[in-house]
Structures are given as C-alpha cells and as structure tokens.
Design a protein around this ligand. Structure first.
Ligand code: PMP
Length: 392
C-alpha cells in the first residue's frame, strides 16, 4: 500500500507542551508549564452582557456567514487602538481578522513558503510557529537570541544566504521573555530593507509591558510592509480565537485567499461579541489590570528564584509578557530534571523543543501568569530542591 500520510506529516510532531499539559492536569502539581493567561482576569460578566446585547440587538445576523476580511467595526477599533496606544497608523482595510493569531502562521506559510525555502527564526523560537511552518517543509535557519534581541551578525549572514522571511516575536518573546532593544529593532529593520526579506512580526504580548518603556514595532521602521500579527487572546480572552494581521496590499490579497480556503471567515458571533465588548467597556483599564497583576507575579517569581535556586542557574528577567527563561549549567538536562520535578509535584517546560537544531538541553521556560503568589512561592521552592537534588 502506498504511504497513507502525506510526506509533510513526517517531520511534524504533536506539540510537546500540549503533551506536558496532560501530565500537569493533576491539581497537586504546581505547573509553570502552560502558557495560559490568568482566568481570574477574564472579563466574564462583561462578555456575558456583550453576548446578550449582541443577540438582542442584531440577532440572526450575528449567526450568519460573513466576510473573510472580518467585521468592519472590529477592524476600525483595532486600527484606532494602534494609533492611540502605539502611534502606528494602520488602514482598517489592511487588517484581516483571523481565527487566533495562530492561524496567521498557517496562512502565511501557505502563501509564502515553498519546500526548502529558508525561513529564519529565533533560537529559541515559538513552538507554534515551528509547528505551523514545518508542515510546508522549509529549511529553518536560526539566529541566536541575546538578552536584547537577535544577534545581528548571524541575522545578516542568514539574510545574505538567501532567506525568504524572518519570523520574530520582538516583545516578551515566547519562550524566552526577551524583548528587543530599540537599537536591535532598528538594526533588524535596516537588514530587512537591505536584503529585501519578508518580515513576520508576531506581537501577542506587546501590550503586557509592566516595566521599562514601550518601544515601537519593527514594522514601523521598515520601508516595505511586512506582516504584523496581533491577538485578543492575552488582553481579553483566548477562547474567542480572534487575532488579526496587518499587511501590504499584495500580501493581503493572497492571505485572504488562503484564509478563505481554510475556514471562509472567523466566527461571526465571536467577532460581534468582541466588538460589542470593546465598544461598551474600557479595555485600556482592563489591560492595565492584567499588566499590574502579571508584573506582581513576575516579581514574586524572580524573588523566589533568587532565594531558592542554586546560583549556577541564570535567568532572563522579563519586562512584560508571561514567561521567564532559566539556563542551567552546560551539560545539565532539563528533560531529565522534568521527571524529577514531576515527582516533587512541580512542572515547567524543558527548553529543547524550542530549538530546531536540538540544542538548548540546559534551558527551561517558566510561566508566571497563571499562578498566584502562594503557588509561585511553593512551586519555586520545590523546583529549587529538585534542581539541587539533580545537581548532586
Ligand atoms: N504567537 C505567539 C508568540 C504565542 O505565544 C501565541 C500563543 N501561545 C500565539 C501566537 C497564538 O495565539 P492566539 O492564536 O491565541 O492568538
């Protein structure tokens, strides 16, 4: 019998993180493994009210098919927020509403990546992008991520070597928490323009800065439009599955075709409720609340690590987002540590899956958005013990 599955499935695995989440479902385990926003901050009552109003006010049309581009009112709000909060002028007609920002990675790959194309990603990189792109069989080229952004010499070498596109998360990256400095943002934009490489700027965490100064998107420094990705998942709720992209006309038209082929359009009713919520609530003060809470939780985690982790473990202290990155001494296996830590009832994500080249064995990702102060304190204490036991 001929091979049943398409060749492209051969190199793509189930998300390691989703597998870990099954192990950590046990409530006795304190998990820093997930990438979940804090559900206590979901605007449940306001969303319920918005949903009720949508059904009372527009009724059946909220349940009808709708355009691929997305709800015009919702796109206008996204454009206004870019202008008012980020100083970025974006035409609402260049915004495409997507089913989560994860869908952008799938349709971008369909539109731009042929088998063997060189796709540049950060090392470590976002697992969801690695998974989405892998189905289109690119050749991944990685550039190391330093505490202030990518190594620009490596990036230039990759671009000179015929890169097709560069995918990056410049604000509070998943998994490392790294945020690019202003100098690196300008440096990246300059290289993108010089080598004419397509840029995919993924920014689901940009509004979650709790210290330091907001920095402009790389998109705003480029002469040629790239693709800027945004999401309501981390500032409102991920269950709606609403994200968006901003693109130049030529790319936009192709991306609309790819989205049409994938799912016709993003849920009409989800968009209508999100729009109503945004029209009748102060999302800015809601985001400020999230920032405050995550900033506090991040502070507790950093403090506890200082107290309970052996000094040979180094961390990157994030200025926003949901993740903190730790590096153990060379030769240390965080995969093996994971088994020990689970017995001690604490979980994290070993770093290796974020490296397409199989390195990163001594690293790990810790999520601080989804645990309160008491659990962070108890969990880091347990993990410190597991690390010490493992080092002996
Ligand atoms: N990009 C990055 C960097 C992420 O961390 C995530 C969420 N894990 C996504 C995209 C996808 O988010 P969503 O589809 O919920 O918008």
């Amino acid at each position: 019998m001929a091979e049943m599955f398409a060749r492209r499935m051969g190199t793509v695995h189930r998300s390691f993180i989703r597998e870990i989440l099954k192990v950590t479902a046990n409530p006795e385990i304190i998990s820093f493994a997930g990438g979940l926003p804090n559900p206590e901050l979901f605007p449940v009552a306001a969303m319920g009210k918005a949903a009720h109003e949508v059904f009372s006010n527009i009724g059946a049309s909220a349940l009808q098919y709708s355009t691929t581009e997305g709800d015009a009112g919702l796109r206008a709000i996204i454009a206004r927020r870019y202008r008012e909060n980020r100083g970025l002028v974006v035409d609402p007609d260049s915004i495409l509403i997507t089913t989560g920002s994860q869908q952008i990675l799938d349709i971008v790959a369909k539109v731009f990546i042929d088998q063997g194309d060189k796709v540049v990603i950060e090392r470590p990189g976002y697992l969801g992008a690695i998974q989405a792109f892998s189905l289109f069989e690119p050749e991944f080229v990685t550039v190391s991520l330093e505490p202030d952004g990518p190594n620009l010499d490596e990036l230039e070498a990759a671009f000179r070597d015929g890169a097709k596109c560069f995918y990056s998360v410049p604000n509070f990256q998943n998994p490392s928490g790294v945020s690019y400095s202003l100098a690196k943002r300008k440096g990246v934009a300059e290289l993108l323009d010089r080598y004419d490489v397509l840029f995919i700027e993924d920014d689901p965490y940009g509004e979650l800065r709790f210290m330091g100064e907001d920095l402009p998107s790389i998109y705003s420094f480029c002469n040629k439009p790239g693709i800027l990705c945004g999401s309501f998942s981390k500032i409102a709720a991920p269950g709606f599955r609403i994200g968006w992209l901003v693109a130049g006309q030529a790319a936009y038209d192709k991306l609309v075709i790819a989205k049409q082929a994938a799912d016709l359009h993003t849920s009409t009713v989800a968009q209508a409720i999100m729009r109503r919520y945004l029209e009748t609530n102060d999302i800015e003060s809601h985001v400020a609340l999230i920032r405050e809470r995550y900033g506090y939780q991040r502070g507790v985690m950093v403090e506890m690590i200082r107290q309970y982790f052996p000094s040979c473990v180094t961390i990157i202290e994030p200025e926003g987002g949901m993740f903190l990155w730790a590096t153990m001494p060379e030769g240390f296996s965080s995969m093996d540590l994971f088994d020990v830590a689970i017995k001690d009832k604490v979980a994290f994500v070993p770093g290796r899956p974020f490296y397409v080249d199989g390195t990163g064995e001594n690293t790990m990702r810790l999520n601080f958005s989804n645990s309160d102060e008491a659990r962070i304190e108890a969990g880091i204490k347990r993990l410190g013990k597991s690390i010490e036991a493992f080092l002996e």
